[in-house]
Structure formats: structure tokens, C-alpha cells
Design a protein around this ligand. Sequence first.
Ligand code: MN
Length: 488
Amino acid sequence: MKKIYFITGSQDLYGEETLARAAEDSKEMAAFLNEKLCTTVEVVFKQVVTTSAEAFDVCTQASADSECVGVIMWMHTFSPAKMWIRALKALTKPMLQLHTQYNKELPYDSIDMDFMNLNQAAHGDREFGFVCTRLGIKREVVSGYYKHDEVIEKLRRFAKAAVAVDFGKGMRVAMFGNNMRDVAVTDGDRVESEIKYGWNVNYYAIGDLCDIIDGVTDEEVDGKMAEYSEKYDFNTDNTAAVREQAKYEVAIEKFLERENISAFTDTFQDLHGLNQLPGIAVQNIMAKGKGFAPEGDYKTAALTAVLVKMAESREGATGFLEDYTYDLTQGEEVELASHMLEVSPVFAAEKPKIEVHPLGIGGKSDPARLVFDGITGEGIAVSMIDMGDRFRLVCAEITLIKQPQPMPKLPVARVMWKLKPDFATGTAAWIYAGGAHHAVVSTALTVEDIRLFAKMTNTELVVIDDKTELNAFEQQLDMLDTLAKLRR
Ligand code: MN
């Protein structure tokens, strides 16, 4: 279980008694928060900080502790913030400034100067906040009584995002083959991805996988086929084609395990030694939480793995999808998202069917794949693009809908959605922002989660939602470009 440090700011002006009270109150609050958040993180009270040296010590400890994913800072009493400068410059973990009090209500009958001196977060958090702002430190400020449900939920959201960002540090991503030839948006700076997010992205030859495929036994394939039978309905007589995919999946799983890989890509342009493009093989792996994106799109694959981690234990589905085609009936415009094979069965509204159909791309045998209609509900689509001097996240709110009519001849899984605030604005904004045709779609996460990820990783974020207005949106993009140029 990863940890979040609970650190209390104070000083020594009010004497030992006040400091002892501050420590007691902090312990009680941290214990309460730990009880509430213990399924996500352990909240550990560290200390009441009264000097610059103590502040530096606790912040360097947080930075060096591999189990610590973030810190909660709270200024119980007034804490002169020059003493935090050196410490905050040494802090490398995400910070949440909790603007709260130990007491909920004012004790009107008994309040005196001692009470005010002890309980002055209103003062202390502003002083601390100024120094954070002056230092340009990105942090999340959460205000309200610490026992209130809304406050707890904000802390939980922060903790989940911090765990996911931490998961990304040192995460290994494998590309079988390279980026699809001539495609721009799926490409990216892998060195910068590692500098910024910790994603270690490496190329492997498909031959490395073929060697493992050759060693897969009939018994292993039988085992995988049994897994398929349990989870899916067979809608094909071509068992040989499905067994071929089962063999691929056994091999890919062995490879991911051996190389400690959390996300991977393949490409139909590099299948030397394979008879089929991996279909159900990668679909079934995606459903187990591994990140995947096709055509060498390592950014979407890695982001999927991180967002799946963030969504862990929440209701809803998270995975890769591609923008494909539209129904442009006026006022009723809907999008159909899919891929040529690889749609994660986490999006299935029904038990997926295993089918075998020809694939008009890649020049290989007919691949087995899962076919299903998609789930419904509120969701987001998130795309990460490389602007050359920075990464940008484009996050759009979408409403996943039931497909209006059956599509008996469509041989792939599909998900349909409506855009916000309307089709024309939502799609134009996405295109102005440079958003890709590949995205991570989630009905488990919201814009707030992506906002936290962007904040913790200092990534540019543009949001498309009910309030999006194109003129203002384009101006925002212009301003972000100008700022990036100034920062160069
Ligand atoms: Mn694609």
C-alpha cells in the first residue's frame, strides 16, 4: 500500500502546550483520513513542523521515500512560510494543501486568544499558499471541514491520481515494431516521455515474440481456449484461427511478464512471422488492465495503463478507442468508435462473440476477434499529443449511447457516443486542439481526474465540455502556444 504523508505546519511562538495540542489534533485527523482512504493509500502523520530544518527534512524524506506518492500539507497554526522555501524546492511529490480546521464550529461562548492562535489555518494556509504560488509549485488546494464527504472524496481523487502518476514512474512500455509509417499524431518523443512521466518506452522486433510463440505448447493453448469459452460466446467454426490467437496471447503474456511490461503496441505493418494480426489476443489482455494501442501509438498505450490504474476499484470501463465514423443526421449526430480489431471487452454491453472475418489490411490470414455492442453512460475521451516543445492532453466529455440500430455486417466491436456541447463544436474544438484519432475513453474517470494528472505532471490540458465556446477555445489555444514560445 502506497503512502501519503500528512504534514502539519506551525512555529514555536505559542509555546509547548500549543504545539502538543497541534500534534494531538493532527494525529487524530490523519488517523481519521487514513480510516477513510485506507483502501487507496495509507495516510501517515509525520510531524508538526516548526523550523526550516524540520521542513527540509520531512520534504526530502517524502521525496526519497519510494512508498510515498504524495503529501498533504496543513497549517494548523500560523507558519511563517520563508521556512518552507528550501523544503518546497526539495519536494518532488504531488502536494495537496488541505485548507481545513480541527474544529468545525466556533465555540462562541468560550472562544479566546488561545483558541484563535491554535486554530488559525485561515491565516496560516494563506501564508503557505503565497510561498507555493511564488515558487510556482503546482498543487491541489482542497477547502472545507476534513470530515465532510465532499472533502474526503477530493482527497481520494488526489490519492488515486498520485498513485497512478507514481505507477507511471519507471513503467515499461514495449513497441512491437515502430510507429505506423507516415502517421504523425501517434508519434512522439520517447526520451521526453521518460523525462516527464517516467515511461520507459522501447522497441522490440516482432521476431522476439515469434520465438516465444514457437515455444507455446498445445496444453497452454487449450488452457487459453478454456478461458475464452468461459468469458465469450463462440460465433465461428474456424477454431484453428482462434487457437492461433490463443497461442499469441500466451506468448504475449509471457513476454510482458518476463520484461515487466505494463503497456504495449503492435502494428499491422510489422507482422513478419505471424499469420494473423493479433485480435482477441490483445483484446483479452487489455481487459486484464494492460495498456495497449495499435500502430505503434505508445503514448495512448502508456496513458491507458496509467488511467486504468487511476480508475482501479471504480465503476466503469477504461481503454483505447479510435474515432471511426459518424451518423450526421442533423441534431442527432453520433460518433461510432471502434478499431479494425482491438477494442477492449471492458466496453462490452453484452457477452462478446468470437468471430473470424477477413481483414482488408496487412495481408495476413483472417483474424479472430471479439465483437460486441458498447456500454452506455457519461464518460471522457483523452488524447495525448506531442506539440514538439511540450505534450498536450485533450480531454472531452462524451455521452456513450446505445447503438440506434443493429449493425449485423460490422465485424468489429463498436462504441457510440455523443459529443459536448454539440457535435459541431465538440469535433471542431478537438480538431483545433490537435487531438488524435486515438484516445483513452473512460466511463470511470472524469475531467477532474485528468485535471489532477495534468497538474501533477505539469502537462498542458484543454477541456471540451458543456461550456466550450469555439472563439474562447481558439483563443485559449493561441495563448497556450504563445506561452510555450515564451518559455522556450
Ligand atoms: Mn488506429
